[in-house]
Design a protein around this ligand. Structure first.
Ligand code: SF4
Length: 343
């Protein structure tokens, strides 16, 4: 049977030495015992550190984690290893649970590009021009922003949600790259993009993708829709992080390039060891803030608890519920040859 050392060493042989993995292993045992004591479940996003995956009860993308947080019944505590807006989403869908974010610095640069005051002003302005205007917010937004929107979406279902909105004019907040991707697949709507982007995905260049494609002919290129347009054009498929894992598992291909945050490449190497993964990725400093030390301290001291006012929580919940109503939790998982042909 594969040991913890085998798994972590495969991800990064220089970082995960035998001595370091032994230390992590002892710490993982202590955390398991704290989880039992607190009756806690731990949810981890696909971009987290590999040792966090080891202690997680569930790993996934934003959509999967929102669905899972809503299903937590028997636990009292949800420890959320991701970033702040994700922990807020867990609190929205599981209001009776104590939700802990182990590191308060784990924010999101993309979510920070849209605040509630600016959004309210923009909606008012646009409604003068487009009386039917509805607002869709990507899940990477604060609860205050979700509370102002008609529906929420994730990267896996953004196209389905916008398609199903009963309005021709849709303001899409905050990711301009995802908005462009949606507009291309829903040509009968006027998708108005907010001016935000994720600094991690924005740094990935077409040159970095093309140079690997030249070195490895036939490689399947999987791109996250938060990437720039010139990078998305090079994709075989535009997928959420969980969509990439499913694609790599199901595909006959043996070699893949996952173009997104680097944690996903770690996750693929752990979960699909029989295939080969190349990297054109960047690290999100927010996603990597949470360490096992933080998780242990979080469960020991019950820190840092996420709280929301009832007013914001209920309005934000309506926006999330709308997403589930419109999509039934479905993923789009778009393949992109059609996208390339459109250009
Ligand atoms: S990768 Fe981008 S969108 Fe995701 S948490 Fe980091 S800054 Fe936010």
């Amino acid at each position: 049977m594969e040991t913890l050392f085998d798994k972590l060493h495969r991800v990064d042989p220089e970082y995960y030495t035998e001595e370091y993995v032994a230390k992590l292993s002892a710490q993982l045992e202590r955390i398991r015992s704290l989880k039992r004591k607190r009756n806690a479940v731990l949810l981890a996003h696909n971009y987290q550190r590999p040792e966090i995956f080891e202690i997680a009860d569930f790993t996934g993308d934003s959509l999967g984690l929102s669905l899972e947080a809503g299903k937590v019944k028997s636990a009292d505590v949800i420890v959320f290893c991701g970033v702040h807006f994700m922990a807020e989403t867990a609190k929205i869908v599981s209001p009776d649970k104590t939700v802990l974010l182990p590191h308060l610095g784990a924010g999101c640069a993309l979510a920070d590009t849209a605040n509630a005051v600016d959004l309210e002003q923009r909606i008012t302005e646009l409604k003068k021009q487009f009386s039917d205007l509805q607002t869709v917010c990507y899940v990477n937004t604060t609860a205050d922003v979700k509370a102002l929107c008609d529906a929420c979406c994730t990267s896996s279902n953004a196209v389905s949600v916008v398609k199903a909105m009963p309005a021709k004019n849709v303001l899409f907040v905050p990711d301009q790259n995802l908005a462009r991707h949606v507009a291309l697949h829903v040509p009968d709507k006027n998708v108005i993009a907010w001016d935000g982007y994720c600094y991690v995905h924005h740094q990935i260049t077409p040159e970095s993708v093309e140079s690997i494609r030249k070195q490895v002919p036939g490689i399947k290129v999987l791109v996250h829709p938060e990437c720039r347009d010139d990078v998305l054009k090079l994709a075989d498929a535009a997928l959420s992080t969980s969509g990439m894992i499913e694609y790599a598992q199901a595909s006959d291909a043996q070699q893949f390039l996952a173009v997104t945050e680097c944690g996903l490449s770690d996750m693929l190497q752990i979960n699909v060891p029989e295939k080969q993964f190349f990297r054109a990725c960047k690290i999100c400093r927010f996603m990597k803030m949470i360490s096992l030390d933080d998780v242990e301290a979080s469960l020991e001291k019950m820190q840092f608890e996420i709280t929301l006012s009832d007013e914001v929580r209920l309005k934000a919940q309506r926006s999330l519920d709308r997403m589930f109503e419109l999509t039934g939790g479905a993923r789009d998982n778009l393949k992109l040859p059609a996208y390339v042909a459109d250009e």
